[in-house]
Design a protein around this ligand. Structure first.
Ligand SMILES: Nc1ncnc2c1ncn2[C@@H]1O[C@H](COP(=O)(O)OP(=O)(O)OP(=O)(O)O)[C@@H](O)[C@H]1O
Ligand SMILES: [Mg+2]
Length: 374
């Protein structure tokens, strides 16, 4: 598990040191640097992980399957400073330091002669590729929307078990691994018809939308798969009638990759999620947090960017219920934006209470209520 991430001269950060835990929540203003943190880990995976686009390892790949960060000039912090501890050079350096016990350092040299290159020369600790060789999911804030077909890639969804950054391979993954069992433990939904992946997915989806069920199937003669929904048990409605994703609630399809990503969690997984709450109703957001907490409780490392007080509270409740130990849930609040970003990390206690509540940290309820009652 990554216990600390240090970013030097990377995008919004001159230097950022961030403790990480089984479940790390990144919260705060728009453009405060939350996604940049997530992107730094995806960038390492893209450049040095088992699925890297080019072989042999050819440097920090700024543009690839996981992230498209532009050029060296784009990622080097505008107000960069020395990074002598990373690389003994006076040249500007972008540094990414991942600690898993020992620190693993990646220092990428900025070549002022070639600022528009999208591959940066690097000095990398030799143990980095091994560190990155773990099950991995990364879902962007911008995910699949309801559609009649989704791609059917054996290489991505089945051989690599990757859902795609937009979750575009989720339906094919579900179709292929329908019967794969979710291991006994916190992730296994007690109300599901069986421990199998599809039934487990349905049970967790029903937490978001009671009565829903889904099917994923190949579309014969094409390179596509299809998804359909059913709504059982509603009086007067034919429960066997299937509906296409475009004719059911948007939030269901938007949330599906998050649910399936959580259900892929193993004790070695690293799962990066941006805005798992998007398009869900408040209770659904809270239940999504319960699922994310369950994935962390199985041993996966979950790093989650969120704007949702319901996700925050869902995690606090998971701690209060004892699903997660207080020290397993880390919360970081990014204050300010642009180059002035600063991070405050309120600690959770065993009752789910927070040791501090900084101004601007999910306080809009009270702010609005004060004005309403004034
Ligand atoms: N090279 C750079 N130097 C300095 N700042 C940079 C550089 N590149 C990007 N930034 C800043 O980094 C921030 C990036 O924000 P990021 O996308 O991480 O936001 P976020 O917290 O995820 O926002 P949201 O909540 O909207 O998703 C922006 O404020 C941007 O101005
Ligand atoms: Mg973001």
């Amino acid at each position: 598990m990554i216990t600390r991430l240090t970013l030097v001269n990377f995008k919004a950060f001159r230097r950022l040191e961030l403790p990480m835990g089984p479940l790390t929540l990144l919260t705060g203003l728009n453009s405060s640097g939350k996604s940049s943190v997530v992107q730094s880990l995806a960038l390492l995976r893209q450049s040095f992980g088992p699925d890297r686009a080019t072989a042999p390892r050819g440097g920090l790949l700024l543009n690839g399957e996981l992230v498209e960060l532009g050029t060296a000039r784009d990622v080097l912090h505008d107000d960069f400073g020395p990074a002598d501890d990373l690389l003994a050079t006076q040249a500007p350096v972008v540094g990414l330091v991942v600690e898993v016990g020992d620190a693993v350092r990646v220092a990428a040299l900025y070549d002022a002669e070639q600022p528009d290159e999208d591959v940066m020369e690097v000095r990398v600790s030799p143990e980095l590729p091994q560190l990155l060789d773990t099950p991995f999911q990364y879902l962007h804030a911008d995910r699949i929307t309801p559609a009649v077909t989704y791609p059917r890639s054996r290489q991505v969804a089945i051989d690599r078990g990757f859902l795609g950054v937009r979750g575009e391979h989720t339906v094919n993954y579900l179709r292929h691994f329908t019967e794969r069992e979710v291991p006994e433990g916190p992730l296994r939904h007690p109300g599901a018809a069986s421990p199998q992946l599809l039934d487990q997915t349905v049970a967790w989806m029903q937490e978001l939308c009671p009565g829903v069920n889904l099917q994923a199937s190949a579309i014969e003669g094409t390179d596509f798969v299809g998804l359909s929904y059913g709504f059982g048990g509603t009086a007067g409605i034919n429960a066997t009638r299937r509906r296409r994703p475009t004719n059911v609630g948007f939030g269901l399809t938007y949330a599906l990759p998050i649910v399936v990503a959580c259900l892929t969690a193993t004790p070695e997984s690293l799962i990066l999620l941006e805005n798992p709450e998007a398009h869900l109703h408040p209770k659904g957001q809270s239940r999504m947090a319960a699922l994310i907490s369950a994935a962390a409780a199985t041993g996966a490392q979950m790093i989650v960017e969120t704007h949702s007080d319901h996700v925050l509270n869902g995690v606090r409740l998971a701690v209060k219920r004892g699903d997660l130990r207080p020290e397993e849930a880390l919360i970081h609040f990014f204050q300010g934006n642009g180059s002035g970003a600063e991070v405050i990390s309120p600690r959770v206690d065993e009752d789910g209470m927070l040791a501090q509540w900084p101004e601007g940290f999910f306080d809009e309820w009270e702010n609005s209520l004060d004005q309403l009652l004034d």
